[in-house]
Structures are given as structure tokens and as C-alpha cells.
Design a protein. Structure first.
Length: 165
């Protein structure tokens, strides 16, 4: 009987260590996407079209390459997905917030650029500055395509594809 009471007392005195707690899969899979725990895990939130309908990766690939398409999913602001020339959804989405004063930029397909209505800054199809006063590229969010779903993760990609050579 004393052994049983002692075991219960030890359990109260020394609760589980932090190593035995559940791992935050969002953080784990963002830093180590090839981890076996991440095989079926879908990070972030689903990308939705502007009408609120779920975007399927195979259907979205039918859109015109290098043409940023607005989608919803992160808070109340849209982001722009891009289909690359290689018929693949880019691993990033463009957040349409001008880095000059925070105005919302708009994609102008006739000009093939994002244009800021406040002070005239212009950005190319990847969000790089082509004409100031903005001096920094548009911010990016991470896109994960898995199980025919397009998911948006509210953090910048680990590597900015605009800087990759």
C-alpha cells in the first residue's frame, strides 16, 4: 500500500516533462517538411477563390502561367497565387501590401504588373519593385500544395524565390 501511495505522490511531484508533450505540427512541418509526422499533415489554411470556394490544385493549374490570381484564406486580405511556366503552383503567394506606405496594390493584367493606387509604385509578377517610391519587394507567404489542396501558411518562405539564382 505504501508503494502505491508513493507512486501517486511521485506522479504529482514530478509531472510529465516537456519532451513528452505533443509537438506543434505547424512549427515542426514548417521547419522539417520531410519529417515522417508531416506526411499527411496539411499546414496552414485552405486557399479559397474570391467566392469562397475551395481551390483544387489540379483545376487551378489550368490558369494562365505567370498570371497572379487573387485568392482568399488568410484573414480578410487576398493574396495572389502564381502558376509557373512549368505548370506548377509557385511555393509562394504575393501579399498585395505596398511596402512604401501599406496601401493595397492591384494586379493590372494589361500592364503585367502590380500598381499601387496611392503613390504609383509598381511591382512585377513576382512582387519585385520596378518603379518607386517603394524600395522593397511585396511580402510573400508560403504555399503548400499537398493532396490536391492548396494551403496558405502565414509566414514568408524559408528562401525568397526572387533572390534565388
Amino acid at each position: 500500500m505504501g508503494g502505491g501511495i508513493g507512486t501517486v505522490a511521485i506522479g504529482f511531484l514530478f509531472p510529465k516533462t516537456s519532451q513528452s508533450r505533443d509537438v506543434d505540427l505547424e512549427a515542426l512541418c514548417a521547419s522539417s517538411p520531410l519529417n515522417s509526422r508531416c506526411k499527411d499533415y496539411l499546414p496552414g489554411v485552405s486557399a479559397l477563390d474570391l467566392k469562397g470556394k475551395l481551390i483544387r490544385a489540379d483545376a487551378f493549374l489550368a490558369t494562365k502561367p505567370n498570371q497572379p490570381i487573387p485568392v482568399k484564406g488568410l484573414k480578410d486580405e487576398p493574396v495572389y497565387l502564381v502558376v509557373t511556366q512549368k505548370a506548377k503552383i509557385a511555393e509562394y503567394a504575393i501579399r498585395p501590401v505596398c511596402t512604401h506606405l501599406g496601401c493595397t496594390v492591384e494586379w493590372k493584367s494589361d500592364r503585367q504588373q502590380f500598381v499601387c493606387p496611392c503613390h504609383g509604385s509598381r511591382f512585377d509578377g513576382q512582387g519585385r519593385v520596378t518603379n518607386g517610391p517603394a524600395q522593397r519587394s511585396l511580402p510573400l507567404v508560403t504555399v503548400v500544395v499537398k493532396q490536391n489542396q492548396v494551403r496558405l501558411v502565414d509566414r514568408a518562405p524559408a528562401i525568397d524565390p526572387r533572390k534565388a539564382v
